[in-house]
Each structure stands twice: as structure tokens, then as C-alpha cells.
Design a protein around this ligand. Structure first.
Ligand code: DGL
Length: 285
């Protein structure tokens, strides 16, 4: 493993770009290779066996291109396949988003009343409940699948009456009651598509609930692992381009398994950078 190699990141689609955004901000000297498996999105409605197979194939594309660390920027794939991938790819360091998301929730929740939202697969498997219970055994955790949020996020309907009506339908009964001390105080966005829906989620849940996602804590975990392994890059990836400069995705290579133009169009909102239509390359798994 070489420190100048890129960090590999994959998701079922554009959602993982919310994690890539945090990675770029924290690690401005690194270069990144991102794969969105858009041909097979959504992962969240599929069986664990299928998600594991897809995750292995997506990871292999990145490994074959010589990455130094793998980030599974998809909660669904992290929840079912992080151990499988870590074992298969050893000694390559592998980081999922569930453990960092659980750590963020435990840090943010005052009373330990936590709701986790994610895809059907993530919620069915209970990975967040287990990860939170390991850190904070007294916490009360409720999981709720919100699969329609994935489509709303991809469509860019992130605020206003439509996403708020959907959020109300999924989560309205969980809004805190000021007279109930057992009310929730933390909502974990356990799907990498969901951070773009923060405005609608905040409007529905109210100011007493902190909204937490995995991006920051995942970036911190990656920085720590690179430092520990002696794999951190100390010089800019592309001299001449200020690393992390707005509008310059110089140190990012983007791959998708279908619809590269759509990926660029929709993805710029998730990455927080404008993406030219030609910047995403098509790959097959
Ligand atoms: N971004 C994926 C996740 O974090 C969800 C999208 C999908 O269902 O593929 O779970």
C-alpha cells in the first residue's frame, strides 16, 4: 500500500458523495476514486446476500485500480458487508459508515433517546442498534425504514411541502412531546442519501432533535486510520490546484455503472461542487 494511492469510496449511487464531501474537507491532500453503482441502485430494498455480492464487486473495481483504503459510503452495504469486505481485502483498511454514525449519535444525544432512519435493509438488520448499544447500553433506539427518501433526495426535492409531507408520514408520530421526558432527542440519518433532506427533516422534527449523519465521523475515522498506518499524504495531490478548492474536483475521479450524465447532474448537490457532464466515467462490474 502506497501513501500516494487514492482512497476508494463506493455507494449504490450519489448518496456516498455526502461522505466524499466530508472526506475532501478533512483530507485536502488526498486523492479519491469514487464508484456509484447506479445501475443497481437501490441496494436498500435487496436481500443481504445480493447486497454483499454487489459490495464485493464494487470494492473489487476500486481495489484493481490500486486504492490504499476503502470507504463503504453506503449504510446498507456497511450494515451487511463491512466484516466480509475487511476479511477479504485484508490488509487493505476498510471503513464503513455505521460505526462512525453510531458514535456521532451517542455523542449528540443528551438523554439517549435515538431514532435511526435508513433503508429497509439497514433497519431490518439492526446494525445501528447493536453499534449504539455497544457504546451506550442504556440508550433506547428505534429504527424506522424511510425508503422513499432515497428517491426524493435523488430528485432534488429536499425542502418544501412534498418532502415534509413524506417526512410527516414516516416520522410525525416520533416528534418530541415537550411534556414527555422519554421523547427522542436525536435522529440518525442512517443512509448517505439523507443529509440533503436535512431542511425537511428539521422542519418536521423540530429544534429539540439533533440530526446526525456519518459523514464527519467517518472522515475523522479515515484520517486516524491513515495516520496510524503511515499512509497519510502530506503534499497536495495535484500541484497547481489548491486542494479542496471550490469548483475544482481535481483530486476526485468519479465512476458510475450507469447514467454518467445523470450522476454528474444529481451528484453535484450531494458533493457540494459543480460537476461537468463529462467528468464521470462509465464502468462495468
Ligand atoms: N445510500 C444508500 C445507503 O446509505 C441507500 C440507497 C440505496 O438504497 O441504494 O443506505
Amino acid at each position: 500500500l502506497s501513501s500516494v494511492a487514492p482512497i476508494g469510496v463506493f455507494d449504490s449511487g450519489v448518496g456516498g458523495l455526502t461522505v466524499l464531501r466530508a472526506l475532501r474537507a478533512r483530507l485536502p491532500h488526498e486523492s479519491f476514486l469514487y464508484l456509484g453503482d447506479t445501475a443497481r441502485l437501490p441496494y436498500g430494498t435487496k436481500s443481504s446476500a445480493t447486497v454483499t455480492r454487489y459490495a464485493r464487486q464494487a470494492a473489487q473495481v476500486l481495489v484493481d485500480r490500486g486504492i490504499k483504503l476503502l470507504v463503504i459510503a453506503c449504510n446498507t452495504a456497511s450494515a451487511v458487508a463491512v466484516e466480509d469486505l475487511a476479511q477479504r481485502l485484508h490488509p487493505l483498511p476498510v471503513v464503513g459508515v455505521v460505526e462512525p454514525g453510531a458514535a456521532a449519535a451517542c455523542a449528540a444525544s443528551v438523554h439517549g433517546r435515538i431514532v435511526v432512519i435508513g433503508t429497509e435493509s439497514t433497519i431490518r438488520g439492526g446494525a445501528y442498534e447493536r453499534a449504539i448499544a455497544r457504546r451506550r447500553p442504556a440508550a433506547a433506539v428505534v429504527g424506522r425504514a424511510c425508503p422513499l427518501f432515497v428517491a426524493l433526495a435523488e430528485e432534488g426535492w429536499c425542502e418544501g411541502p412534498i418532502p415534509e409531507a413524506v417526512a410527516e408520514r414516516y416520522l410525525g408520530d416520533l416528534r418530541p412531546d415537550p411534556d414527555d421526558p422519554a421523547s427522542i432527542d436525536c435522529l440518525v440519518l442512517g443512509c448517505t442519501h439523507f443529509p440533503v433532506l436535512r431542511p425537511a427533516l428539521a422542519a418536521v422534527m423540530g429544534p429539540e432533535v439533533s440530526l446526525v449523519d456519518s459523514a464527519e465521523t467517518t472522515a475523522r475515522a479515515v484520517a486516524g486510520m491513515l495516520a496510524d498506518a503511515g499512509l497519510a499524504r502530506t503534499a497536495p495531490a495535484q500541484p497547481g490546484h489548491p486542494p479542496g478548492a471550490a469548483g475544482s474536483p481535481a483530486a476526485v475521479t468519479l465512476l458510475a455503472t450507469d447514467g454518467p450524465e445523470r450522476f454528474a447532474r444529481v451528484g453535484s448537490r450531494f458533493l457540494g461542487l459543480p460537476l461537468e457532464p463529462g467528468v464521470v466515467s462509465l464502468v462495468d462490474l
